[in-house]
Design a protein around this ligand. Structure first.
Ligand SMILES: Cc1ncc(COP(=O)(O)O)c(C=O)c1O
Length: 224
């Protein structure tokens, strides 16, 4: 997830199935690629996996700790998670939510997730994901045209930008964080230290990208 790249999940699932292994797809960002038709082929094959996880508190912009787990075998989660005690009711006519998570007590996070999905709808969700990816491509194009090296193939919402030496990358990242126009972290990929741009705010506009690129270049060019 450093770069937004995808593994050939279908082929991996086929080999894992032959070996009797369980395949889990950590789709924190990647699972959402299935929503816009243009990006869906990136995550082709995930339907063959045994389980997926993703976060509603990332690209869906929900409050923190809205993690989601999907397991093909409906008995697996209750077998692992359910807690029994004499004083806990087990004979309810409803699905018992605590049979599916590590927690017995928790707030109704699902309501927020439901509301976001319900209000966006299938097309609104796809458009939001597309918008983030278009913004990432715009970052990459403008920074590349300005002479920066983009290390990764930008397929999703992540852009890795090199500024030469690791020290210089660190200085640019620190400078951008202090500047405050946008926030970018650092990473190391294939031995190269880089700035990692991850576009996941629903309200990020093309103007925001342009202002952010200008800020990044201003910081980079101000360094000796
Ligand atoms: C691929 C991937 N998996 C898991 C996580 C962890 O998610 P959380 O911090 O919500 O537990 C992240 C966080 O960025 C991620 O990118």
């Amino acid at each position: 997830m450093n770069t937004g790249a995808f593994d050939p999940i279908g082929a991996i699932c086929a080999r894992a199935r032959d070996a009797g292994a369980w395949v889990h797809v950590d789709g924190a960002f990647g699972l959402w690629a299935r929503t816009p038709p243009r990006l869906a082929p990136l995550a082709q094959g995930i339907e063959q996996a045994d389980s997926w996880s993703t976060d509603a508190h990332k690209w869906l912009n929900m409050p923190y700790d809205c993690g989601l787990a999907f397991v093909r075998d409906r008995t697996a989660l209750p077998a692992a998670m359910a807690i029994t005690a004499e004083y806990l009711p087990t004979d309810t006519p409803f699905r018992n939510p605590s049979d599916y998570t590590p927690e017995l007590s928790r707030r109704a996070r699902g309501v927020e997730v439901w509301a976001a999905l319900r209000s966006l709808g299938r097309s609104g969700l796809a458009e939001m994901i597309e918008r983030g990816c278009r913004a990432a491509a715009r970052f990459a194009r403008q920074l590349s045209e300005a002479g920066c090296e983009i290390l990764n193939e930008v397929v999703l919402n992540q852009v890795l930008v090199s500024f030469g030496s690791p020290e210089r990358a660190r200085q640019v990242i620190d400078g951008v964080q202090a500047d405050g126009t946008c926030w970018c972290g650092g990473t190391v990929w294939q031995g190269r230290t880089a700035m990692r741009i991850s576009v996941c705010g629903w309200s990020t506009t093309e103007t925001d990208v342009d202002r952010s690129v200008a800020a990044i270049l201003r910081v980079a060019r101000s360094l000796p």
